[in-house]
Design a protein around this ligand. Structure first.
Ligand SMILES: [Mn+2]
Length: 430
């Protein structure tokens, strides 16, 4: 497997940090042992954890107002994969990349697959894009795609989703994520029911093109780009459509796509119960955005979501196999650093959720001991599991201190030399 950061640098950095890590790890191990938890078993589970990286996250995102490109941004999917391989080399829990079409369209998908293989990367869900027009496109998505009132426009959007499936098959993907920006900006602009009927008709055509082992992930978003109504606006409409389409259709939960203060962990529980949880787009949000780094503002909420996920694992819930992916926009950081940090934050929530004393929690729930139930969750959340995460990384060949090692490597500056800016700095939302 090709690595883009010198392995001896990683080894050297790890060597200097290992004595302190071992000391912290042993201390945490002794502490967990008092609760009957074997730290080695937890570290092994942590080492198996994976979260996919979005290809589009490797570039600077931007807002509706402006985009400030960073140094050495990737200019195509091959360079995006190089950056993703650096992320995975450092954190060793991001082996898969989720591509977005047509942004990542190439003339030879077999070549692309081979390029990823050489970097030790695979492909996660493929994403279609019918929320913007492409050069030379016959029908515009200005007034919607899968729900457009014009049948030819709907057909064009369906055909694009189907070509995404075809490309994904070559890449080894097994899921198509469909998010549409369709909606309206004025009361009365669209007939809610007729619009959703058009969505279902179009989505059924896409669904029928899915190979047997594929899933269709439906992603909802409360608003933006439509600011009055959005067709797939919440998990309710999402799951209704997934149920209507069939068992290969499931609901994807993007953490930033809910109204503020919504109890997302409870939505997750409901979707698990009815075998409709597709997976996640992890990010964080302060207001109505989906742009902040995962776990950067609401780590407790992210932990509570993982508490539901680990509980489902613990209870062997049928059909439980969610796909984990990051989906956030980086405006003021080096995207590689943000994605490394975020992968670790998601993994941290998972590991903390593993440490919840579930039998004790069930007991407190059944005896209506609210304070002890809450404290049982907090006891796990309050533990500092950083030594477990670092040990899992180093055992998988990653870096104890990913950002420090990445910075030491000079990768970004070298990318700046290799990838001169195109000078294009149009507003770009991803
Ligand atoms: Mn998303």
């Amino acid at each position: 497997m090709k690595t883009l950061i010198n392995e001896s640098l990683v080894a050297e950095q790890n060597q200097s940090l290992m004595p302190a890590l071992q000391e912290d790890y042993d201390h945490l191990g002794a502490k967990l042992q008092r609760s009957g938890i074997d730290i080695e078993a937890v570290t092994q589970q942590a080492a198996k954890f994976q979260v996919a990286v979005p290809s589009w996250g490797t570039g600077t995102g931007g807002t509706r107002f402006a985009r400030f490109p960073g140094i050495g941004e990737p200019r195509n999917i091959f360079e995006k994969l190089e950056d993703c391989s650096v992320i995975n080399q450092m954190v060793r829990c991001t082996e898969k990349v989720s591509p977005h079409f047509p942004w990542d369209k190439v003339s030879d998908f077999t070549e692309l697959k081979g390029f990823a293989d050489d970097l030790g990367l695979g492909f996660d869900a493929v994403n279609s894009n019918t929320f913007q027009d492409q050069p030379g496109q016959e029908h515009s998505y200005k007034y919607g795609s899968l729900t457009n009132t014009c049948p030819q426009t709907r057909e064009q959007a369906v055909a694009h989703n189907i070509e995404c499936i075809e490309w994904g098959k070559t890449l080894g993907s097994t899921a198509l994520t469909v998010w549409i920006g369709d909606g309206s900006n004025f009361a009365g602009q669209s007939h809610f029911q007729r619009q959703l009927e058009r969505y279902l008709d179009s989505a059924k055509e896409v669904y029928n093109a899915l190979p047997d082992d594929w899933s269709m992930f439906i992603e909802h978003k409360m608003f933006e780009p439509a600011f009055y109504s959005t067709v797939i606006q919440d998990w309710g409409t999402n799951v209704l459509c997934a149920m209507e389409l069939g068992e290969k259709a499931k609901s994807l939960v993007d953490l930033g796509h809910h109204a503020p203060n919504v109890n997302i962990e409870m939505i997750v529980s409901r979707l698990i119960q009815f075998q409709k949880l597709a997976g996640f787009h992890f990010n964080d949000s302060k207001y109505g955005d989906d742009d902040l780094d995962s776990g950067s503002l609401h780590p407790f909420q992210q932990f509570l979501i993982f508490n539901e996920l680990v509980d489902a694992e613990h209870r062997n819930q049928p059909g439980f196999n969610p796909a984990y992916m990051l989906d956030q926009s980086h405006n003021v950081t080096d995207p590689i650093e943000s994605l490394m940090n975020s992968a670790e934050e998601v993994q941290r929530s998972y590991v903390k959720a593993l440490l919840v004393d579930r039998d004790a929690l069930y007991g407190f729930q059944d005896s209506n001991d609210a304070i002890m139930a809450a404290n049982t969750l907090k006891a796990a959340f309050n533990l500092d599991v950083a030594p477990i995460l670092a040990m899992a990384r180093v055992r998988n060949g990653g870096a104890i201190a990913p950002i420090a090692t990445y910075r030491e490597s000079g990768y970004r500056a070298a990318a700046g030399e290799k990838r001169p800016s195109s000078g294009h700095s149009g507003s770009g939302i991803v």
